[in-house]
Design a protein around this ligand. Sequence first.
Ligand code: SF4
Length: 333
Amino acid sequence: MGMDFDAVYYEPDTLNYELGKMLRQKYADLTWNRIESHNRIPELAAADNRDFPKLKSHLILGVRKTHKYVPNHKVSDWLVPYTSSGCRAMCLYCYLVCNYNKCSYLRLFVNREQMLDRLLKTAGAAPEQQTFEIGSNSDLVLENTITGNLPYTIERFGREGRGHLTFPTKFHMVDPLLDLDHRGKTIFRMSVNPQEIISRVEFGTSPLRERIQALNRMAEAGYPVGMLIAPVILLPNWKELYGELIDQLAEELSPKVKNSGFIEIILMTYSFVQNAINTDAFPNGVQLLNREIMTGRGRGKYCYRREIRCEAESFLREELSRRLGTMPILYIA
Ligand code: SF4
């Protein structure tokens, strides 16, 4: 699974960085368009919703200037803006669309040294050990296939860092991570969903079976691991789909994952913006907005109604405790 692009949009300064130079060569055959800022590319912002897949095939290069950490209270203590935001894949519910609208294409930031310097400094100065989520704005395993940023990050944090890094992924390309000197300081989290949902909703991501194998291999390589069942999408046959998913997980996850991994569960939220883009860009796609079981929760967002959530929660807790009882459920959100 790789990434193909049809054009590059770049801030000229990016070519003064190693990654910018390497990508300039790698994608020498594409058209390179100069931009003033990765944050504002007027010609792309003006595109129609139905051009969304086309926009996703552009690669944007910039230098990250804002480095604001946001407190978080789940697996990590902080959400850290890191080496990319946006993504080449096209999950119909992707939260990045809420932030960036149509412009949720992959933006790479070439100043990784600066970002990691800052992270190491913050980690070192904190009164207690902290966990930093570096993958909340993109999928770093997919990004890594063209940047090689993860080996650099994981090994340097292993040597110099205090506390932990963590990131979730929907991709299986973990080969470059297996032999790294990570020192147990990177928590790897694999996101899973029933294969039918992956095929119909998570366009461009890895198949379930390969995700499970990647998770097993990362645990075997000594990384602390977790699994996200996320986002749980309540299609009409959801009990059957998630029941089968849990069966498959119970069968295929290694004893190491079962004995040391944790589980996070997040029910889908969806927004008016996503619905508008998906309706135009994927007219035959699955309809994720179901007003019968969803309710508004402000700012154009929808989530499942309370009684529906309760039903899903108790179903998942029961099935998981029967088949994967050794894995603690950290939270259901
Ligand atoms: S893989 Fe993650 S970041 Fe990429 S489109 Fe899907 S949800 Fe968004």
